[in-house]
Each structure stands twice: as C-alpha cells, then as structure tokens.
Design a protein. Structure first.
Length: 147
C-alpha cells in the first residue's frame, strides 16, 4: 500500500497545475498519518526534492477547505472519504489525474470513473439481526444458523 501511495503522490506532484517547492497533503490521523510520516514522505522528498507537509484533518473539514479555496487551491492531495470526494468532484474541485509510469499498477476498480480520484482501500461494514439471519440460513438448507 505504501508503494501505491508513493506512486499516487508522485503522479499528483508531476501533474499538478502548479508545481511548487512544497506539496500539501491533507488527510486522516492514526495509522494513515503514521504511514505518511514514516514510510511515504521521506522517500517522496528524497526522490522528487519536493517538501511534503502532511496536514491532519477529517473529510468534511478538508472538503470545506477545498470549497473555500476553489479558485486558488492550496491542498495538493486530499485524502477523504467517498461521499465528500463525490461532492468535491461534482463541484469541480478535483483535477483529472494524468497517466504516469506506474498508473498501470493501480487496480481498475480503484480508479474513479471520471479520472479525478483513486481509492486507497476497500472496506465493508455490516450489521445483522441474529434471529433474522438464523431464519434465513435455516431456510436455505445450506448451513444451520449460528449458535
């Protein structure tokens, strides 16, 4: 995953309308922030000579900053959840990513249809009612219900 993020960041840096000496990445805290600070930023800076500053934020705050900076973006890469990303794209706040030397390594299912975003991971959350699932499992005659 760290190599994919490094590829995405290098791609973003090389396709940015304003190539600058400093790149601002705004994203989540916790393990994402740690991965950037420990595994992604040092090799990125060494390879490109571009200083990278990681700004801790949540998706809705990042979206609000993107909206406020609409005609003068300061955020180079925004790491945000799906729903705020959809709003950012619909609002014209995201530039299309150009293909780079490692674009072929990105799973097709991770690429946003319009080309403005790349997903960084997959996740699923599920809730179920144990009584309903027992009835459903019993009705399938495939397996018995849980416990």
């Amino acid at each position: 995953m760290h190599k994919l993020l490094l590829v995405i960041l290098i791609l973003a840096a090389t396709t940015s309308a304003q190539v600058a000496d400093t790149m601002y990445v705004e994203g989540f805290g916790g393990s994402v922030e740690n991965a950037f600070r420990e595994k992604i930023i040092p090799p990125f800076e060494a390879k490109t000579g571009i200083k990278m500053l990681y700004v801790l934020s949540n998706s809705t705050d990042t979206l609000a900053k993107l909206q406020a900076q609409k005609n003068r973006q300061e955020i180079s890469v925004a790491i945000i959840d799906d729903a705020p990303m959809s709003l950012a794209i619909q609002s014209g706040l995201c530039a299309k990513l150009e293909n780079g030397p490692n674009s072929k390594n990105v799973y097709p299912s991770a690429k946003r249809a319009g080309g403005e975003a790349i997903g960084l991971g997959y996740g699923a959350t599920g809730l179920y009612n144990t009584q309903s699932i027992r009835k459903w499992l019993a009705s399938t005659h495939v397996v018995e219900g849980p416990g």
